[in-house]
Each structure stands twice: as C-alpha cells, then as structure tokens.
Write a protein that binds this ligand. Structure first.
Ligand code: ADP
Ligand code: MG
Length: 263
C-alpha cells in the first residue's frame, strides 16, 4: 500500500428501478441505492457489507458501468466516468474488473477454461495467439490451476476451482481494481479461507485495489482496511475495520456484529 491516492470518488450515487405492474396499477419504484457517498483508496480493500437486497450488487454494477446511475457521479482517478470518450472506456474496461459470487453462472459452460481466461485478452489487446496462450498459462499457474486443465470445461471443477477461474479471468488484463461481489459466499467455509488468502496474495503481488462485497461482516474482518455498511440502499456506517469492530456506531452494525458466529 504505497500512497493514499483516491481511485474512486462516489458522489450522491443513486439507482432506482421502476417496475411496471400492468395496465391498472402505478409502476413500483424501488430505491436500490439511495444517494450514497464514499471513496476508495489505491491498494486498499474497501468492503461493502449489508444483508441481501440492500444495494451492494447494484453499486458494483454501477462501478462497472453495467448499470447506469439514476443520478450522482462516479469519479475514477478524478475523472467523471460519464464523460469518458471511447478510448477512456477502453482503458477503464481493462483497469476495473469484477468477480461474481457464483462462478458457475458467470462462466460460459460451453467454453474451455483456456478460452474463458483468454477472452478479455482477445477483446482488449492486440496480442498474438501464442502470446495470449502464454499469458493464460502463466495466470492459471498463479491462481493454482494446473496447466493441463486448459482444455477442460467449468462443470469439471469444484466451486473453489471455478472461483479461481473467475479470478484468473479478472486478473489477466492487469487491472488496477477488482470488484469482488460476494466471491466466497457460495463456497464451503474451508474453501472460503483458501480463496480469501489467494486474493490477499494477489493484491500484494499485483498492487490491486479491492472493492469487496459481502453480506457477512465475519468474512471481511480480516481482509478489509475500511468498511461501509449499507441498509436498504443507505450507508449507515463507514469507518476503518478496527473502529467498526471495536466501536460500532449504528445499531444496524451492532446487529450484524452480533450475528457473526463465534467459535
Ligand atoms: P444486494 O446485492 O445487496 O443483495 P441488489 O443491489 O442486488 O442487493 O438489489 C437492491 C434492490 O434492488 C433489491 O430490492 C432488488 O430487488 C432491486 N433490484 C436489483 N436489480 C434490479 C433490477 N434489475 N430490476 C428491479 N429491481 C432490482
Ligand atoms: Mg448482491
């Protein structure tokens, strides 16, 4: 963690979904994210925690430009991403990657592992086939996937191994930020620790910034620098990990803390 450069600055970010309910009823408006503010520093793990439906994934999708904000702004390294030109979007798509909760539904089941990891390179670089292959083998090795698994398909792997495939795919373009949306929530507890440790090692090695999403404060306790707690689209608490665990301010945070299973 070198400097305190700000990677993301989030200003009054809002997302509402309007759901039509047929001809005779007014559409329903869901406030998924309610004008939230936060910033993410280079090299840190910034965690977003809150129970299911509180707006974590919607926030992630707006960071990745998968969803457009209803209002508010996202600044990436000081620049409002909604003003990006084509070249800047191209760069952004390389620099900001995502890992999903369920690697099975996010990995194309008809593609081999090699192709899944190679795709971002095919789409975003001018590397030759051979160079891409070399890079894919390198990254597979780094995340703990054996080289002769290159031609296998996702269903031939365990949940933890599939998440490693997702991590390799996110890593292959040398990103600056990885948004990890509940990356271990679908895994057995013993496997969770392995994947979290891998993410920590990779962060160190590749100087990565993580936005780490979880519904479970226990999962983020040992990996976070700062934590933001969300409740129904609002930020209810935002502090360093030590402060949050020692001296939680919001009642909702206290409730989440008391829900962590003790051994
Ligand atoms: P989380 O990731 O914290 O579980 P989400 O960001 O997925 O929460 O969802 C926040 C709220 O927005 C929920 O009420 C959810 O039902 C709603 N929501 C999310 N995506 C959509 C969508 N595409 N259309 C309508 N409502 C949505
Ligand atoms: Mg979610």
């Amino acid at each position: 963690m070198s400097t305190q450069e700000t990677v993301f600055e989030i200003k009054d970010l809002e997302k509402t979904y309007t759901i039509s309910r047929g001809l005779f009823k007014d559409p329903q408006v869901i406030k998924a994210v309610n004008k939230i503010n936060f910033h993410v520093n280079h090299g840190e793990t910034y965690s977003i925690v809150g129970e299911s439906g509180c707006g974590k994934s919607t926030t992630a999708k707006m960071l990745l430009n998968i969803e457009e904000p209803t209002s508010g702004k996202i600044f990436f390294r000081g620049k409002d991403i909604s003003t990006f030109n084509a070249q800047e979007w191209k760069e952004y798509r390389k620099k900001v990657q995502i890992i999903f909760q369920d690697p099975y539904s996010s990995l194309n089941p008809r593609w081999t592992v090699g192709k899944i990891i190679a795709e971002p390179l095919l789409l975003n670089t001018d590397l030759s086939k051979r160079e891409i292959e070399t890079k894919v083998y390198e990254i597979m090795k780094r995340v703990g996937l054996e080289n002769d698994w290159y031609d296998r398909y996702p269903h031939q792997f365990s949940g933890g191994q599939r998440q490693r495939i997702g991590i390799a795919r996110a890593l292959v373009l040398n990103p600056e930020v990885i948004v990890c949306d509940e990356p271990v929530s679908a895994l057995d507890v013993s496997i969770q620790a392995q994947v979290l440790n891998l993410l920590l090692d990779l962060q160190e090695e590749f100087d990565l910034t993580y936005v780490f999403i979880s519904h479970d404060l226990g999962v983020v306790e040992h990996i976070s620098d700062r934590i933001m707690v969300m409740y129904f689209g609002d930020v209810v608490e935002l502090s360093t990990v030590d402060e949050l665990f020692e001296n939680p301010k919001a009642d909702y945070t206290k409730k989440l803390l008391s829900a962590i299973p003790t051994l």
